[in-house]
Write a protein that binds this ligand. Sequence first.
Ligand code: MN
Length: 329
Amino acid sequence: MSNVETQPQETVCPTTPPTDGVEVLEPREVPLGGPRAMTVRRTLPQRQRSLIGAWCFADHYGPDDVGATGGMDVPPHPHCGLQTVSWLFTGEIEHRDSLGSHALVRPGAVNLMTGGLGIAHSEVSTPGTTVLHGAQLWVALPEAHRNAPKDFQHHEPRPIRLDGATLSVFLGSLAGQTSPVETFTPLLGAEVTVDAGASVELALDPAYEHGVLADSEGLTVNGTATARSAMAYLPTHTHTLVLANTSDEPARALLLGGPPFDEEIVMWWNFVGRSHEDIVAARDEWMAHSARFGEVEGYAGDVQHLPAPPIPAVRIRPRGNAARHTRDS
Ligand code: MN
């Protein structure tokens, strides 16, 4: 979806040193505009930690009564420097993009859209959708691929049963399951549903850092209690995840991971770049209807080209984080 904050701040996302143990990233509520509109709960980026692997943006939303909020209706809007990863728990969203893709986003299937140099898309919940519940995630592209061409991949992983849980691996590899979806840095994305009162043990790649985005109450992550919509961060050199469900209903989480992303990025609105100039150029080209982003065909709403918010008056400067070391390489 689009970041529909009316006055988005330009955000420098420096690399952040790992912690010794589990670090809980608390969500903050972000209204998606309009008096009735749905709110999302954002855990990435935040001041404490901007990235987990190349995962740079995480919004958790719902279950949302579409009758009360009107659901999702995001007009054609641009992205660059990133991939969007859409994962639904409930509902259905119609996706159209400037590559010509037309897809229905449904629970249990991942849709990964690449907006390297640039892409545009619209997202509308379908008329039959009464409840919307899911996550919108973004992945930053590494320097070598940040101008990658438009692409759209769809994959429906086969859920498997483990002792105490059901697992769907939609990106990367876990528990012997591997997703065929191609990414530009090593990534893990999986949905784990732990049985009531049970726990599951998963072997992790110790070269990865991980985040567990809790979709339910009652989950503990390697012994640390995690409220719904929070993200429990696990540093590199973590070999095992024990996800325990203390509730008497099944509890679900998304497990995200990847090797630490060692480039500092700049995020603003729906763009990822390396500098303020990158962001200004992307905004100018979107507003000029440049072929860089292209046009979305078939969106039924009135707004055919979502205007970008004004660029912030204050020019952002890199933070000079000590952990930043390969930005210029
Ligand atoms: Mn979007």
